[in-house]
Design a protein around this ligand. Structure first.
Ligand code: CU
Ligand code: ZN
Length: 203
């Protein structure tokens, strides 16, 4: 009996169900362990961190000034076929270019934004410009403020994602006081962090 039961289990769920329906004593379902080869590749593609959570299509970062600054704004991230569309408006800047990055930690609690850590760098690359492949995933280059201190952002990024290991969701979006020179290591010599906001799921 024992041997027969085992064989039926190995034959698959269908056979197991038939066996149960045939009047066998109540039996908990076979544990899923032992069949790792049957995991679908679709599930693997979602990423390992949150396998049960549907990937968001849109994210948002509301950025607030760090201590002594007045930079603020809202930036949205929408995953489309050609990449991640980044659209936003930021105010309270000095005119000119400002480094614009996703940093590793979704933590803007420090007065100077240092709690956000370094640039988000899951691929372990060097710092670089937004239009090269050797760069931090969080390297979004610069934004440019006009004479009134306003910057409008509308660009597409092909490295950052909203799912998987290159996902920026839950990380921090930072605007800097100076321009990112796009080459200095490890962060483009962009000066102080003047605004910080966590990237979260949007409607
Ligand atoms: Cu930065
Ligand atoms: Zn960087």
């Amino acid at each position: 009996m024992k041997l027969t039961h085992r064989k039926l289990k190995l034959a698959g769920a269908g056979a197991l169900m038939a066996f149960a329906l045939a009047g066998c004593a109540p039996q908990p379902p076979a544990p899923p362990a032992g069949t790792p080869g049957e995991t679908s590749t679709d599930n693997n593609a979602v990423g390992t961190a949150m396998p049960e959570m549907a990937m968001p299509n849109k994210a948002i970062a509301v950025i607030h000034p760090t201590k002594g600054n007045k930079t603020q704004g809202t930036v949205t991230f929408t995953q489309e076929n050609d990449g991640l569309h980044i659209v936003g408006d930021i105010t309270g800047l000095t005119p000119g270019k400002h480094g614009f990055h996703v940093h590793e930690n979704g933590d803007c609690s420090a007065d100077d934004g240092s709690s956000a850590g370094g640039h988000f760098n899951p691929e372990e690359m060097q710092h670089g410009a937004e239009d090269v492949t050797m760069r931090h995933v969080g390297d979004f280059g610069n934004i440019t403020a006009d004479a009134s201190g306003k910057a409008h952002i509308d660009k597409v990024d092909t490295m950052a994602k909203l799912d998987g290991k290159d996902s920026i969701v839950g990380r921090a979006l930072i605007v800097h006081g100076k321009a990112d020179d796009l080459k200095s290591q490890p962060s483009g010599d962009a000066g102080p962090r003047v605004a910080c906001g966590v990237v979260g799921v949007a409607k």
